[in-house]
Design a binder for this molecule. Structure first.
Ligand code: PMP
Length: 388
């Protein structure tokens, strides 16, 4: 085919107006992250480059609240962390118990089932209604019944707007010989999370939510128990997400700086910059800022008599709120009106909230009362304007 057959697409010059990003992610960047993304690329074979990896690991130990050495960032979105945690820690023939209340644990089930087709991993599932969370009694009795090698649970769930209490879950899992694997993609930085204190064995997150950075790099951390299993395992997970090899690239033990795959420098500069901002603010201040701006947002919604999907205040996530879509409203029409009239991007429900709720993120740099006011007023206006 000649280059004359398909003319150059003029569409590539299309301009777009950047909305206020108040969906369940991605979130707006810290201004310093925009600058960091534009910094020059340097060769991976030099101290400056490797020092950035060391800096990032120290920042991640802080945000996960862990002294573990096996802490690094996967080259990929949150899903790469999910795949890595499951593939590295659940061996062929073993059982993964998934505590399911939303869309993300469903993804864990899909990943485990795909692995299971060729290596015999078994999946057990326990669930609760999607607008609630698990009691420790239910999780303990499921551990007793299924005797899994690992349990997967989502800490903050962006499809339902719930936060799961996991403070005692590590001890309970260990009592039954299971490792605890936790998804903190939409909760880390926005909600208190203490990996070591709570006995979490493997955790993954993502940078486009409360981190206020770009999507495409996924922080992960592993406890001493998980590390022992990884180092003594007989199976080999997919090469690209093999934590044993990545630990060498990321110099986790202080004596290896080996090539595994080409890391993306702008993503590393951006993640390092997010971590600098978080360290500057400090975690307790960030957790409190998310808690107070989201509580204020809920109060504003209640003033407008707008209903929330999660009935119990203590089970509501501090980063993403699921707002009930009143009877007779079309979620796509609603979300388009919010964008066109108010230039605010919120998203429709997903998984169990599809067609039932609108998902609103007051998180990262947008976790402020000013943003909460803007979104609450726009939601109330949209409900009024689209009333049939
Ligand atoms: N877990 C949770 C709780 C999420 O909110 C998301 C993304 N919305 C994911 C996992 C998947 O992350 P990613 O899209 O970055 O792969």
């Amino acid at each position: 085919m000649s280059a004359k057959t398909v003319p150059p697409p003029l569409i590539l010059d299309r301009k777009f107006v950047v909305p206020l990003l108040c969906g369940p992610g991605p979130c707006a960047y810290w201004p310093s992250v925009t600058e960091a993304l534009a910094k020059p690329v340097i060769t991976p074979n030099c101290d400056e480059f490797y020092n950035v990896l060391d800096d990032i690991r120290a920042g991640l130990q802080y945000v996960f609240q862990t002294k573990s050495k096996l802490v690094l960032a996967m080259s990929g979105a949150g899903h790469s962390g999910m795949e890595a945690v499951i593939s590295n820690l659940v061996a062929p023939g073993e059982t993964l118990l998934v505590a399911s209340r939303g869309m993300w644990d469903q993804r864990a089930i899909i990943i485990a089932n795909r692995l299971g087709k060729y290596n015999g991993i078994k999946t057990e599932i326990t669930s609760v209604p999607s607008n609630t969370t698990f009691s420790m009694e239910q999780l303990e009795s499921e551990l007793k019944r299924t005797r899994p090698e690992a349990m997967f649970i989502t800490f903050g769930d962006s499809s339902t707007g719930t936060i799961q209490n996991i403070e005692r879950l590590g001890d309970i899992c260990h009592k039954y010989g299971a490792l605890l694997l936790v998804d903190t993609v939409v909760s880390l930085i926005g909600v208190e999370f203490l990996m070591d204190e709570w006995g979490v064995d493997a955790v993954f997150s993502a940078t486009q939510k409360a981190f206020s950075g770009p999507a495409g790099i996924a922080p992960v951390a592993f406890s001493a128990l998980a590390e022992e299993k990884i180092n003594n395992r007989k199976h080999e997970p997919s090469f690209y997400i093999d934590i044993k090899l990545l630990a060498n690239q990321w110099n986790c033990y202080g004596d290896t700086r080996t090539y595994h795959h080409t890391l993306c420098p702008p993503m590393l500069w951006a993640l390092r910059c997010c971590l600098q901002e978080i360290v500057k603010e400090t975690l307790p201040v960030s957790w409190a800022r998310h808690a107070s701006s989201t509580a204020y947002f809920h109060q504003r919604l209640q003033e407008y008599s707008i209903e929330l999907f999660v009935p119990k205040p203590e089970e509501r996530l501090n980063t993403v709120t699921t707002v009930m879509l009143p009877e007779g409203y079309n979620h796509l029409e609603f979300h388009n009106y919010m964008r066109e009239k108010h230039n605010i991007l919120v998203l429709e429900g997903r998984g169990p909230t599809l067609g039932k709720a609108i998902r609103v993120g007051i998180m990262g740099v947008n976790a402020t009362k000013e943003v909460a006011d803007k979104v609450a007023d726009a939601l109330a206006d949209s409900i009024q304007a689209l009333r049939k």
